[in-house]
Design a protein around this ligand. Structure first.
Ligand SMILES: Nc1ncnc2c1ncn2[C@@H]1O[C@H](COP(=O)(O)OP(=O)(O)OP(=O)(O)O)[C@@H](O)[C@H]1O
Ligand SMILES: [Mg+2]
Length: 225
C-alpha cells in the first residue's frame, strides 16, 4: 500500500486541490482511500458534492495511523492524505505514515520560502518528498514563465527536489471541484487533465523507485536524509 501525503505550511498552496484531482485520477483504475485530516474539511466538501462515495473518505482529527493501518489490512492500494496548513501533531503523524510527501507551492517568493518547514519535517521523519509547483502561469511557446524559473532556482538553493512539470492556474481545476469531479472527469481532453495525469505518472514512478522496483533515474522525489 502506498500513502501519499499532501503537506505544506502555506494555506492555499493547493494541497486539497491536488489531492482531489489525483484521487479522481487514481480511482479510475485502482483502489483508493482519502483521509481528510484538515478540520477546514475542503476535501470532505468536494466528496459531498461528488455524492458517490467513490473513492471513500475518512476524517482524522489528531492521528491518521489507525485509519492507515486499517486500510493496509483491507488491501487498499493508495491512501491520499490531505493535511491542514499547520505544524501540528496530525501533520507529523501523516508524514510518519507517508510513502512519499507532496509539497505543493505556488511560484511566489513567500510561498517558496514557506516550504522549508515542511521539508524539515520530512527530513526529520526520513521520508521521501517532492515540491510541486502549482497555480503557475501558463507556459508560452513551450517556455515556462520567468516566475516559475525563479521559483525553481530558489528551491534548488534549499536542495529541494522539484517536479519538472507544473500545474498551471486553470479554471477547469476549479470548475471540476465545484461539481465534485476530478478534472479528468470534467474535461478529459483539456490541458489541466493532461497536467494532472503527468503529475500522477511522476508520483507512480517515484513510488516504484522508493519501493525498489525500478531505478530512481528520472524520478522527482528525493530520499530525505
Ligand atoms: N492550479 C490551480 N488552478 C486554479 N485554482 C487553483 C489551483 N490550485 C488551487 N486552486 C484554488 O486555490 C484555492 C486554494 O487551494 P487549496 O484549497 O487546494 O489549497 P490548500 O493548500 O488545500 O489550502 P489550505 O492550506 O487552506 O487547506 C482553492 O480555491 C483552489 O481551488
Ligand atoms: Mg486544504
Amino acid at each position: 500500500m502506498n500513502v501519499i501525503v499532501f503537506a505544506s505550511r502555506k494555506g492555499g498552496s493547493g494541497k486539497s486541490t491536488l489531492a482531489a484531482h489525483l484521487a479522481a485520477q487514481i480511482k479510475a483504475s485502482k483502489s483508493c482511500l482519502l483521509i481528510d485530516a484538515d478540520p477546514q474539511g475542503s476535501l470532505t466538501l468536494w466528496h459531498k458534492l461528488r455524492g458517490t462515495n467513490e473513492p471513500p473518505i475518512k476524517t482524522a482529527v489528531n492521528s491518521v495511523s489507525g485509519i492507515v493501518a486499517a486500510a493496509r489490512r483491507e488491501g487498499v492500494e493508495w491512501v491520499l492524505i490531505d493535511t491542514p496548513p499547520t505544524v501540528s501533531a496530525v501533520v507529523e503523524d501523516a508524514i510518519k505514515n507517508a510513502t512519499m510527501v507532496i509539497i505543493p507551492a505556488r511560484p511566489g517568493v513567500f510561498d517558496v520560502n514557506a516550504v522549508q518547514e515542511t521539508i524539515q519535517t520530512c527530513r526529520a521523519a526520513r521520508k521521501p518528498y517532492a515540491v510541486v509547483l502549482n497555480g503557475a502561469p501558463a507556459r508560452r511557446d513551450e517556455a515556462e514563465s520567468p516566475i516559475v524559473t525563479i521559483a525553481r532556482e530558489a528551491l534548488a538553493k534549499f536542495k529541494a527536489p522539484v517536479w519538472g512539470g507544473q500545474i498551471t492556474n486553470r479554471a477547469d481545476l476549479l470548475m471540476a471541484l465545484g461539481q465534485g469531479e476530478g478534472v479528468r472527469e470534467y474535461y478529459a481532453e483539456g490541458r489541466a487533465a493532461a497536467e494532472i495525469a503527468r503529475l500522477w505518472a511522476a508520483i507512480e514512478r517515484s513510488v516504484k523507485a522508493i519501493r525498489g522496483t525500478v531505478s530512481s533515474n528520472g524520478t522527482m522525489h528525493k530520499q530525505a536524509a
